[in-house]
Design a protein around this ligand. Structure first.
Ligand code: GDP
Ligand code: GDP
Length: 433
């Protein structure tokens, strides 16, 4: 479900410090992977078993005086439209500034929950100084120190109360989101698929609110396409085009079952694409990659392989992802995209019967058990798939803490070799029996 938390506020109040704090546990995992840029301004955070996407708005504004304040104001407006919750950050050491007042005026008109976060309240003496921010007229204030983390627990607890719950949809249709950088061909493929019969489905309360869902029901296929391309909004400030498109992409991605990441064959896969890829992966979405404008590439019999290898290297370690080469303008393999998306959807929902899982995996484990550690041997006795939206497996054993990362990878690879999970992120746990 799309629960997006946007941190807004003027520069230097501590937005990115809080952002880093909220996303750091996850980030530590992801940044080990190659190809992940550190200049990401959005990421997945976790608090008491809830995951949500945090976006640090400040990162999108160029630090040039003339566009600066206008850009920030516009970001606040976009955040109001797109986010679930807004954290309006101010700085106790400066008190209320003119820009704070302007932002507050925009936020007072918003219907979205706004939390006034007074940052840099590093000690009790500063608590009383913070009271001045009640004058912003946005209700309760939350005193925190992003640096030490104090006060953030209470803020997050209250924030979570405003999150939307996963709707239980009976017989819900599969949802596919086509995402990618501007100009890769997203609108073109949607138009190619649905032609003139662009049947825009009315939003279902609380669920599909404001992305455009297109019901596709032709040639035996029945699914929803979530369109990020059609909703191109004019931004007055050039710097915010990316910010806006990122917000939309995150939302579409969170709603989707399968994310169709489209890239331009000429441009190749870029860091922005990889960020989206990892965000989808962390959200346990099905994933596939479409390399469009394949007509523009001069090819020989090795070209596909070279492209695939390059892409897989950049999306490592989750490389078991289908890649389809299309030319929308030449009508090449457009329907294949849908066939593959359906396949990924099935793979993500795949349930392996327990007996089969044990019959296949136990002999593999016997031949290649976890390496012993400090003279201790891990004995895996039983494996089961856990009920969930994406494949999760529990390996019951005597000493789960002795199983190290390389063995997790080994197990995941073996699961992928033996069962078709292409495009589906897999979670593996070792549990005490
Ligand atoms: P942003 O521009 O809003 O993203 O602000 P940054 O996160 O870059 O922080 C601006 C400055 O404030 C940096 O020097 C931070 O180290 C500092 N800062 C951030 N949070 C705190 C805090 O809780 N207490 C103190 N004393 N300094 C902080
Ligand atoms: P979007 O911004 O991702 O929605 O991209 P568009 O669908 O608007 O396409 C951007 C441009 O790329 C348009 O001029 C399209 O005609 C062109 N385009 C789309 N697909 C292809 C393709 O397969 N081959 C070529 N050569 N051009 C394409």
């Amino acid at each position: 479900m799309s629960n997006i938390v946007a941190i807004v506020g003027r520069p230097n109040v501590g937005k990115s410090t809080l952002y880093n704090r909220l996303t750091e546990t996850r980030k530590a995992i992801v940044d080990d992977f190659s190809g992940v840029t550190r200049d990401r301004h959005y990421g997945v955070a976790e608090w008491t078993d809830r995951t949500f996407t945090v976006i640090d708005t400040g990162g999108y504004v160029a630090h040039s005086e003339d566009v600066f304040e206008a850009a920030i104001r516009e970001q606040v407006v976009i955040a109001i439209e797109e986010a679930t919750v807004i954290l309006f950050m101010v700085d106790v050491t400066t008190g209320v500034t003119d820009l704070d007042d302007e932002i507050a005026a925009l936020l007072r008109r918003s219907k979205k929950p706004v939390f006034v976060v007074v940052n840099k309240v590093d000690n009790n003496m500063l608590q009383s100084d913070a009271a001045i921010f009640y004058s912003l007229g946005l209700g309760e204030i939350y005193n925190i120190s992003s640096m030490t983390g104090s006060g953030t627990g209470e803020l997050l607890d209250d924030m979570l109360k405003h999150f939307e719950d996963e709707p239980v949809e009976e017989n819900a249709l599969p949802k596919y989101a086509i995402v990618g950088r501007p100009n890769v061909g997203k609108s073109s493929i949607i138009n190619a698929l649905i032609g003139k019969e662009r049947n825009i489905v009315t939003p279902i309360a609380g669920t599909t609110r404001d992305s455009i869902h297109i019901h596709y029901n032709q040639y035996g296929h029945d699914f929803m396409l979530i369109d990020t391309a059609g909703l191109r909004k004019k931004t007055k400030v050039k710097e915010n085009i990316e910010f806006y498109s990122v917000m939309r992409t995150i939302k579409a991605l969170e709603e989707a079952d399968v994310v169709i990441l489209m890239i331009d064959a000429v441009e190749g896969i870029e860091s922005q694409d990889i960020n989206i890829f990892h965000l989808a992966e962390k959200n346990k979405k099905g994933l596939m990659i479409v390399v469009n404008k394949w007509d523009l590439i001069e090819k020989n019999n090795k070209t596909v392989k070279v492209f695939e290898d390059q892409i897989r290297q950049k999306i490592a370690p989750f490389t078991d992802v289908p890649i389809v080469f299309t030319s929308v303008t030449e009508k090449q393999r457009v329907l294949k995209v849908i066939d593959v998306a359906n396949k990924v959807y099935e793979n993500r929902a795949r349930k392996i019967p327990t007996s089969k899982l044990n019959d296949v995996m136990l002999p593999i484990i016997e031949n290649y058990p976890p390496p012993s550690l400090k003279g201790k041997y891990v004995k895996i006795k039983f494996i089961t798939q856990i009920h969930g939206v994406s494949p999760m497996f529990a390996f019951f054993c005597n000493l789960p803490q002795y199983v190290k990362e390389p063995y997790y990878r080994f197990i995941e690879n073996k699961l992928r070799e033996n069962f078709d999970f292409s495009g589906a992120p897999i979670q593996v746990w070792f549990r005490q029996k």
